[in-house]
Ligand binder design. Structure first.
Ligand code: F6R
Length: 608
């Protein structure tokens, strides 16, 4: 959730840290801070609110030093005030720490420190880590090893000491930390997005690792101080992809990147002839899958919506029963999971705490563990045996767009791959594979639609405070996703509903001008959906439909059609998701809201 950056090198630390924080701001943005260590002193600057407040302060103050840490916060313990912003220091200001996560023994540690007469200046659990480090003697790395057994819960921490202006110490248990190995400099960050502008050589820390960076090099030890080996990996992310590139918002840029993201995801998994799917070497091979009788898909939020569509894909193509669970519910409902189950955690970030916990539980129960993930090297990626990478590239906008559509594509590829590994592939598969290769073009056509149509859509949606998104069958999850997109960035209440269920309750909401958005492309139940739309129309609803241009049965019934090209049914979830992303985007822009950083949200939810 929170963003962390640390720097040790030959450049001034403040600009490097501010640049890193800008790239991380999507992770949390209710306050921010930085600390620069110079011999004999740690200078700390913090500000409540957006990062720009901290930047203003940083430019007003001259802070010299080539070692520092920075943090952008999503509040857990303590309100989003300056006092609770990170870095936090101990009472004698000898150490400063930034932290992502939650200490579960917070109350006990707090009482213990207060009983010992230590004055606490914040409500945060982070300050307790700084105070504990301040109370033990020795070099910073040794102090960390002594304090570690006292910390219960989830943490990714980076610490600096007043007395060691050449040392940066990072340690984790739960939330991720990745080290960057640059030219004469080391960095550490909560995710690679903050590093790619300076280096592509990275080391992913494992749980329990303590990394000690000095000007001589990096040493990584475990909690007992025993050295551990961690591989230096080379990232293939282009730093330019984590910038806005002329678009007003990351979300809009990412919506427009979907044709490429989809193309790259499809091409990554097609066979040499491009007529079938080849999941060779990815852990989904027949010998691995032998004995798998059922599939569980677990995820959160938008990724969960992708899984709901994935159930249609995999059941239809591979003929295996699929269950879809919210990751946060899965492990508390005693699911029937064992060695006959393939459990796939679907996650953009690969760091969502609930998804990771569900995956861990499934692995312990003996399941074959898979992931569909957008970040190579993330925790989900490393935990899984069978892996498909969505090739969306860095997604910065908090509202997920290109990650979602590439997840849909990856789930479809998984369905096709499983089908072929079960010997079921036939001519229809080749047709679907051909259509998949044309899908980027269909998405381009959807994006090229006259933007004035969205202006009309905005008028219809903003006429009310609530709206209903309706879909049936494979498009019902897209209705859920469309409603979620609108809610999270425009703060307007919206509900996704299976159209046939609408008359069992939600229809009571409908009155004159009530906005209803329907997924009305050519699915077998379209006539039934149109019947449902007539029911709300006759009660005064205004209707927006996503449908293929020229579908007269739809155009004659609704106030506005957001057109999409005609594509095979299994590809309709992808093309119909795009207009709903654009609709939500334009509504939020019209309402003057912060599209990329909606209130209360964080991009990567690393606490349960
Ligand atoms: C919504 C959104 C979230 C994420 C959810 C899971 O637009 O982005 O609902 O989908 O937090 O995140 P990942 O996919 O990183 O596990």
């Amino acid at each position: 959730m929170c963003g962390i950056i640390g720097y040790l090198g030959s450049h001034q630390a403040v600009p490097v840290i501010l640049d890193g924080l800008k790239r991380l701001e999507y992770r949390g943005y209710d306050s921010a801070g930085l600390a620069v260590a110079s011999p004999g002193r740690i200078h700390v600057l913090r500000a409540a609110g957006k990062l720009s407040n901290l930047e203003e302060r940083a430019w007003e103050t001259t802070l010299h030093g080539t070692l520092g840490v920075g943090h952008t916060r999503w509040a857990t313990h303590g309100a989003p005030t300056e006092e609770n912003a990170h870095p936090q220091m101990d009472a004698s200001e000898t150490v400063a720490v930034v932290h992502n996560g939650i200490l579960e023994n917070y109350a006990r540690l707090r009482h213990e420190l207060l009983d010992a007469g230590i004055p606490l200046s914040s409500d945060t659990d982070t300050e307790l880590i700084a105070q504990l480090l301040g109370r033990v003697a020795g070099p910073l790395a040794e102090r960390v090893l002594r304090v570690l057994p006292r910390l219960e819960g989830q943490y990714a921490v980076v610490a600096v000491s007043r007395d060691e202006p050449d040392t940066l110490v990072a340690f984790r248990n739960g939330p991720p930390l990745v080290l960057g190995v640059g030219e004469g400099e080391f960095l550490v960050a909560s995710d690679v997005t903050a590093l790619v502008a300076r280096t592509r050589k990275v080391i992913f820390l494992e749980n329990g690792d303590v990394a000690v960076m000095t000007r001589e090099g990096i040493r990584i030890v475990d909690a007992t101080g025993t050295p551990v080996e961690r591989e230096v990996e080379e990232l293939d992310w282009d730093p330019g992809r984590a910038e806005k590139g002329g678009y007003r918002h990351f979300m809009l840029k990412e919506i427009h990147e979907q044709p490429d993201a989809i193309r790259n995801t499809v091409l990554a998994y097609l066979d040499a002839e491009r007529t079938g799917v080849a999941l060779d070497g990815l852990g989904f091979e027949p010998e691995r899958l032998e004995g798998v009788r059922r599939i569980h898909l677990v995820a959160c939020g938008t990724s969960w919506h992708a899984c709901l569509v994935g159930k249609f894909f995999v059941e239809r193509l591979a003929g295996l029963p699929v269950e879809v669970d919210y990751a946060s519910e899965y492990r508390y409902r005693s699911p029937l999971v064992g060695s006959d189950t393939l459990v796939v955690g679907v996650t953009q970030s690969g760091e969502t705490a609930d998804t990771l916990a569900a995956m861990e539980m499934a692995a312990e129960a003996g399941a074959l563990l898979g992931t569909i993930c957008n970040v190579r090297g993330s925790s989900a990626w490393r935990a899984a045996t069978a892996r498909l990478l969505t090739q969306a590239g860095p997604e910065i906008g908090v509202a997920s767009t290109k990650a979602f559509t590439t997840q849909l594509v990856a789930l479809l590829l998984l369905g096709l791959g499983l089908r072929s590994s079960r010997g079921l592939a036939d001519r229809e598969d080749r047709e679907l594979v051909a259509a998949l290769q044309r899908l980027p073009l269909a998405v381009e056509q959807t994006l090229a639609v006259d933007q004035e149509l969205y202006g009309r859509g905005v008028e219809l949606i903003t006429a009310g405070d609530d709206s209903l998104f309706l879909g049936r069958g494979i498009l019902y999850p897209i209705a859920l996703e469309g409603a979620l997109k609108l809610k999270e960035i425009s703060y307007l209440h919206a509900e996704g509903y299976p159209a046939g269920e609408m008359k069992h309750g939600p229809i009571a909401l409908v009155q004159e001008g009530f906005p209803v958005v329907a997924l009305a492309t050519a699915i077998p139940t379209r006539d039934k959906l149109l019947g449902n739309l007539m029911e709300v129309r006759s009660r005064g609803a205004s209707l927006i439909a996503v449908a293929e241009a020229g579908a007269t049965s739809v155009t004659s019934l609704v106030d506005l059609v957001l057109p999409v090209p005609d594509v095979p049914i299994l590809l309709q979830p992808v093309v119909t998701a795009v207009p709903l992303q654009l609709l939500a985007y334009h509504v939020a822009v019209e309402l003057g809201l912060d599209v990329d950083q909606p209130r209360n949200l964080a991009k990567s939810v690393t606490v349960e």
